[in-house]
Every structure is written in structure tokens, then in C-alpha cells.
Design a protein around this ligand. Structure first.
Ligand code: 5RP
Length: 233
């Protein structure tokens, strides 16, 4: 399946996700090519009279929302988010995720955690039996002593690569670096998340464990909507 076919599957799944958005809602807006389709569809529905406000997870998303007339909440202090809709790089059968391929994992995790409902939209190729192997795990770290942070992660038995773009170190919107961690298989995402977050210098990992409420998958046979067990607490 080529990239444009996959993009069409993402688009179809994104359109479906917007059916969950109701008048008056505050919507967390993800980042990436799938989230882009979500924002475009939200913009269409705004033109038809839907009234919502968005919380963007990146500048790229804020600019796109503005372009498509999706009003954004002004404050960055605290929100009451009804639903966050975002993409993912990998999804396992328990709906745990690897995110951060686009580098927005920190804001994405904050906005996902602040929402009453998290909807994840993917094409079918992102669904894997186990996280890891085909996609490296992004880890956001502070630039100060990043090499020592990387070494401590490697001492845990993993291999990391400092993310670069066009020959320069990639910097997140918060001014951090990203270490992409190669890992053959993630058997226990929750345990790994705790282990990595305990390394000084690690700001956040791209593991989203037990957060997804609804998974919407664009597949050649159509769009599938799958529900997770209700979140506790
Ligand atoms: C960005 C992300 C994206 O959701 C993830 O990379 C998927 O991207 P796309 O929708 O372009 O396939 O986590 O930080």
C-alpha cells in the first residue's frame, strides 16, 4: 500500500473521529498528518455551525487550526478538555501507544492527560502485536548533559540515537532534544515508562500507557471504531 493510499485511510478515520465532537466542546488537537485531517474536518464542521474551541499540541497545529477557522483557547495555564483527538506511531492490542515521531510528544501527553476522553486515529499499518522493533521510542531529554543521559539509558541495555534534522540537532518546541531508542520488543510498556522516566534528564517518553479510550483505525475494508475498557480513577 503506497503513502497516498495510507493517507486516504488516515483521512477517512479522521473524519469518523470528528463525529465524537459535540457543540460547545473543548477539543485537544494532536500533531501530525492524521491530526491534520482531523483539523481540516473540524474546520468543515465549524463552517456548518459547530461551535468548539481547540487546544493545540504544537505551533504547526495552531497554525493549521487558525487556517481552518478552528478557534483556539487562549490560555496555556489550565483547560477543561472534553476530548483529545491525535494520531500515533504504533498501537498495541491494549491500545498502548508509541508517539512522538513528529516531536510533539510532551505537549501531546499533557493535552491527552488533561482530556476526559482520548481518541487515537491511525491507519491499519500502525497496529502491531507488540510495541517496538519497527518504530524507535522517542525520549525527550534536556540538552544539559544529554550525552550522559543517553549513556545511562544505554547502561539499562538500550541503544539511542540523538535525533537530527538536516544535519542539525532536532529541538522540540520546549527546547529539548529527542533520543530515539531502538528496542526489539516492549513487553511491559508501563514498566519501561517508569524505568526511563527515572533517568535524570529525561523529560518524557513517547509511551502512552492506558490512556486511549477510543481507537479509530482506517483499513482497506473500512473504518473500525474500537473502545477500550473504561479508565479507572
Ligand atoms: C507527533 C505524533 C504523531 O501523532 C505521530 O507521529 C503520528 O504521525 P502521523 O499522523 O503523521 O502518522 O506523535 O509527535
Amino acid at each position: 500500500m503506497n503513502a497516498s493510499n495510507l493517507d486516504e485511510l488516515k483521512r477517512q478515520a479522521a473524519i469518523k473521529s470528528v463525529d465524537f465532537v459535540r457543540d460547545g466542546m473543548v477539543v485537544g488537537l494532536g500533531t501530525g498528518s492524521t491530526a491534520k485531517h482531523v483539523i481540516i474536518e473540524l474546520g468543515e464542521r465549524v463552517k456548518q455551525g459547530l461551535k468548539i474551541k481547540g487546544v493545540p499540541t504544537s505551533w504547526e497545529t495552531a497554525v493549521l487550526a487558525h487556517k481552518h477557522d478552528v478557534e483556539l483557547i487562549e490560555t496555556e495555564d489550565e483547560w477543561s478538555i472534553d476530548v483529545t483527538i491525535d494520531g500515533a506511531d504504533q498501537v498495541d492490542p491494549q491500545f498502548n501507544l508509541i508517539k512522538g515521531g513528529g516531536g510533539a510528544l510532551l505537549k501531546e501527553k499533557v493535552v491527552a492527560a488533561a482530556a476526559r476522553q482520548l481518541i487515537i486515529v491511525v491507519d491499519h499499518t500502525k497496529c502491531v502485536p507488540r510495541l517496538g522493533k519497527t518504530f524507535p521510542l522517542p525520549i525527550e531529554v534536556v540538552p544539559f548533559g544529554w550525552g550522559s543521559t543517553a549513556r545511562q539509558i544505554e547502561e539499562l541495555g538500550y541503544t539511542v540515537t540523538l535525533r537530527k534534522r538536516d544535519g542539525h540537532i532536532y529541538k522540540t518546541e520546549a527546547g529539548h532534544y529527542i533520543l530515539d531508542m531502538q528496542i526489539e520488543r516492549i513487553d511491559n510498556p508501563a514498566e519501561l515508562d517508569v524505568q526511563l522516566n527515572a533517568v535524570p534528564g529525561v523529560v518524557e517518553t513517547g509511551l502512552f500507557v492506558g490512556r486511549t479510550d477510543v481507537l479509530i483505525v482506517g483499513a482497506p475494508g473500512g473504518v473500525e471504531v474500537k473502545y477500550a475498557e473504561p479508565r479507572r480513577g
